[in-house]
Each structure stands twice: as C-alpha cells, then as structure tokens.
Design a protein around this ligand. Structure first.
Ligand SMILES: Nc1ncnc2c1ncn2[C@@H]1O[C@H](COP(=O)(O)OP(=O)(O)OP(=O)(O)O)[C@@H](O)[C@H]1O
Ligand SMILES: [Mg+2]
Length: 505
C-alpha cells in the first residue's frame, strides 16, 4: 500500500474544492472538509457562512457547481437524500420536516416498510423500532403520532432513523437549539455511543461550550470559504471566534450606557390558571432598563412575556403602563400601546416564508406605510428595510430576496429587526440570540442598549447566563411559574441565580 492510499483511508469523508452559487450569492467557494471515521467534527461559522449549504450538497439536496466528494475513498455524488441515506449518509436538519400526522415508526421506515406477503409487517416494524430505541435509550412508543411530539423528541426520532439506515456519517445541523439541558446530555450520550461504534458525526452549532464538550475536530468557514481545520484540543474558543468573524472580538458585550429612570410598566399579581402557568408574579420595569428573565426550562418565562403581550389570558392581576391601568384584549392592542414581542420560535411563528425580506420587515407595522391615497409608501418601505438589513447585518443579495432562501440565523435577524422598526416603548424578547452567531449577538446587544439609552425598556428572557450577566440591569428569576426573586446584575452571581431558579421545584 502506498502512502497516498493510507492517507486517504484515514478519512471517511472528503469534500474537496466545493463551490455553489445561488443567484447573487457565492454560498460556497472552494470549500474542503475532511472527516475521520468515528470522530465528531464541528463545522463552525457565522450566520450565512455556508454550513447548511455544504451539508445539503453532501446530502443531495443541492447540486454543487464544482468539487468532489469522496466517501470511504470512492467518488460519490448523491442525487437525492434517499440516495445519500441508502449509502450511509444521513442528516438531521436545522428545520425538521417530518410528516406530522403519521406514527413514529412510519416516519422511520417510510419508503421501505418491511412486508409480509402483500402487507406491511406491522409487528416487525414495531419490534425493529423498539430495538433501535433501546440502543439509543429513547423512551417513546413507536405507534404514537409524530405530530404530538416536542422538538427534542422529533429530533431523537430523526437520529433513530439515521441509525436504522446504518448510517456511517450523521450530520446534525444545530441539534441543540431547542433542547433543555437534560435533553442535551441525552443527545451527547447518544453521540458518544455512535462514535464508539465508528460512526462519524458532523456537528453544527453556535454554542461554543458544546464544541469543547463533544467535538474532536473543528473546521471553520467564513463567507463560503474554508478557513482552518484543527483538533479541538489544539485551539481555544477565542481563537475559533476570531477565525469565524475574521477580526479580533475581544469584547463580547458592548458597554452599557443606559440609566434606568421612572417606572414605565408595573405588573401586579399576574396569574394564569387555565393550566399550570404563572402564579402571582409582580414586578416593575423602568424606562431605560434592561431586565433579564432567568429560570430553568419549564419555569414559565415565555408564559410571562406572552401574558404581558396579551398573547395569553391572565385570570388575575393587573398591569399599569405609563401610570394608567391597561388590560389588552389581544396582541394588536398591545402593539398599539407600544409593546413588541420577539418570540422564541421565530422560525415557526414569525416568518412569512414565501414573502421577501421587505415584506417580512414591515409587516408588523403595515399601517405606517399606507399613504392618504391608500397607496403604499414604497420609498419608506425600502428605507426601513435597508435599516433592518444594515443594523442587523443581514446577509442577503437584496431586499427583494425571499426570506426562505436566507440562512437560518439571518431569517431570525430579519424578524428581530421587524420589531425594532416598530420603535416599541417596551420590547419583550424571548431568547433573542438563539441560533445567532457571536458577531451578530454583539449587534443585537448594542441595539438593545441603544433602545434603553433612548429611555425605552427591554425585557429579555434568556437561558444564557453570560448574556444575562453581561447586558442586563436587573434579573428576574422565575421558578416553576412563580417569581423566585429579583436581583441587581452587578451584585449577583451565577450561583445565586441558579439557587433562585430551583426555589419552587
Ligand atoms: N436556496 C437558496 N437560495 C438562495 N440563496 C441561498 C439558498 N440557501 C442558502 N442561500 C444563501 O447561501 C448562503 C449560505 O447559507 P447557509 O444556509 O449555508 O448558511 P449557514 O452557515 O448554515 O448559516 P446559519 O448559521 O445562519 O444557519 C447565505 O448567504 C444564504 O442566503
Ligand atoms: Mg444553517
């Protein structure tokens, strides 16, 4: 065996010199990615760097314009996802698209049901599914409908499906973006088990800690180009970040310039009893203040902001805005009174997928753009869209681009920009930086601080301790639907917040 052959053998997958162009965007420009057998390979880069596109080229969803893919040393070019699956390559997508009305086991065996004579062999299908679930420690009934499952569990089903195809390589595109800590731990156990069996994983995430925890090697991309590949143990988080953003990002948080003043919003005894929800929550929010909301998953932080925004009914309690009692019947009324809510599941609840960026930017405030003649003020729309693209650093060829063709993170930035455009007096944000790269996070923090400096108030629900401690003035801690305490950010610690989070468990 010559040395060249030995060299090739150590890589399970090699993608070489891959290029792909969309109208107006060179999404991939001569990228290379080499993945070893049985290793977890992180693929990192800012929003729009080309990570998902590269993986879709591998998986046969996109056809690359140029380049070569070697799998187990042989040249391949999968023409469809089924073709890739049949050859041992599978992908758990950033956006899960399962058929929601079918049963779990149908989803896994779709297109290759085991048969007995002319009929589908239900029993075998059930047993085969159970066998895989046992291996992966997944506790689900294969006969259950997939529609009822939370994201975390649908994702487990997707992984089980990958295993059922005896996949040699599994791509996971931002798998933990909506998982709880326990679910993340479970996923990591599964990844380790897969690795021990010699399966390779390509792991895409914006969460830096996960890279250190679970990945062996890392490839960094920027603007559609390959930048570097390193063993994780040989590179620091800061080095990865600097390679991703292409500049020295020494400060993760902009300086605070806001000074909290008079009370703008007062919440008294907010309670929602229709189901286990918030109970007896009271607090005050000041002009120029950024108030964080911390808590464990299930603490009902989303319920709290939704109740303020009248997205949810409260059964008890009252709200005072600018010194006047208010009771909004619906979000529309809340918006009229200067409130805005950036929801957690932006991709599900916030996007008009078939519309362009312009439409998606101005839709929350459409009345503003109707002229006396009943015509739309196109100039104003264009100007405001340009503001969204610019201030949120949205990576797009034009404001006429369909939002669906943006990268996942850039779609989210448009939705956040939409709400900032309404110039809210009180901005409610639920996990605003989830799925957003480190550079863009900084921009969002800056916009929040700017808003506060203009005497507006911000409430930010977040699970990321560093950003809660980095940019808020005070932190309200929820525990099991109740208010466990409100602390001054300058005087508190991570430990105190965690202790309060567990107060009513
Ligand atoms: N179907 C498409 N049509 C047109 N442009 C596209 C399409 N898919 C991706 N792009 C563009 O290609 C570039 C790379 O996008 P990609 O989704 O690969 O980024 P990403 O690295 O996965 O980002 P994120 O972290 O936000 O998910 C972006 O500029 C995006 O707008
Ligand atoms: Mg992506």
């Amino acid at each position: 065996m010559n040395s060249d052959a030995t060299q090739k053998e150590s890589f399970l997958l090699e993608m070489l010199n891959v290029s792909k162009e969309f109208p107006g965007v060179k999404a991939l420009d001569g990228v290379k990615l080499r993945v070893r057998k049985g290793s977890v390979h992180a693929l990192m880069g800012e929003n729009g760097a080309g990570k998902s596109t590269l993986m879709k080229c591998l998986f046969g969803i996109y056809h690359m314009d140029e380049g070569q893919i070697l799998f187990e040393g042989k040249q391949v070019n999968f023409i469809s996802s089924r073709h890739a699956l049949d050859n041992g390559v599978s992908m758990v997508h950033q956006e899960l698209n399962q058929v929601r009305t079918t049963r779990i086991m149908d989803n896994i065996w779709l297109g290759r049901f085991p048969t007995k004579g002319l009929f589908v062999d239900e029993e075998k299908m059930y047993q085969d599914t159970i066998k895989i679930f046992k291996e992966l420690d997944i506790n689900l009934d294969p006969r259950q409908k997939i529609g009822a499952l939370p994201v975390s569990e649908s994702q487990m089903v997707e992984i089980a499906k990958a295993v059922s195809y005896n996949s040699k390589i599994i791509v996971m595109d931002e798998p933990t973006s909506s998982l709880t800590e326990n679910e993340v731990n479970h996923l990591f156990k599964i990844i380790t088990a897969l690795k021990n069996r010699g399966v390779s994983v390509i792991y895409i995430s914006h969460k830096m800690v996960e890279i250190e925890q679970i990945c062996d090697e890392v490839t960094i991309m920027r603007d559609g180009k390959w930048i570097n590949t390193k063993m994780v143990k040989d590179i620091t988080t800061d080095e990865i970040i600097n390679l991703m953003v292409g500049r020295d990002l020494t400060h993760r948080f902009p300086p605070k310039t806001n000074k909290p003043g008079e009370v703008i919003l007062k919440i008294e005894n907010f309670t929602a009893t229709y189901q286990p929800s918030i109970k007896d929550v009271s607090f005050e929010l000041r002009k120029g203040e950024i108030l964080g909301v911390a808590g464990l998953v299930g603490a009902k932080r989303t319920d709290l902001v939704e109740a303020i925004f009248a997205e949810r009914q409260v059964s008890e309690g009252c709200m005072t805005l600018h010194g006047k009692k208010v009771a909004f019947k619906n979000p529309k009324e809340a918006i009229k009174h200067g409130l805005a809510l950036v929801t957690e599941e932006r991709r599900v609840t916030g996007i008009f997928p078939n519309q362009n960026i312009s439409f998606n930017s101005v839709i929350a405030n459409i009345d503003k753009y109707v002229k006396k003649t009943q015509m739309l003020n196109d100039g104003q729309i264009e100007q405001d869209t340009a503001w969204v693209i610019d201030s949120m650093s949205v990576k797009t060829p034009s404001h006429k681009t369909r939002i669906l063709s943006l990268s996942g993170g850039n779609q989210q930035k448009v939705i956040i920009g939409r709400w900032l455009l309404t110039e809210p007096e009180v901005l409610l944000m639920d996990e605003p930086t989830r799925g957003i790269d480190v550079g863009a996070k900084f921009d969002i923090y800056k916009l929040m601080i700017d808003l506060a400096s203009k005497n507006k108030a911000v409430i930010m629900v977040s699970s990321e301790m560093p950003e809660l401690l980095g940019i808020t003035d005070r932190i309200l801690v929820m525990s099991n639907g109740r208010l466990a305490g409100i602390v001054e950010t300058d005087k508190t610690t991570q430990e105190e917040i965690l202790r309060l989070s567990a107060k009513y468990l």
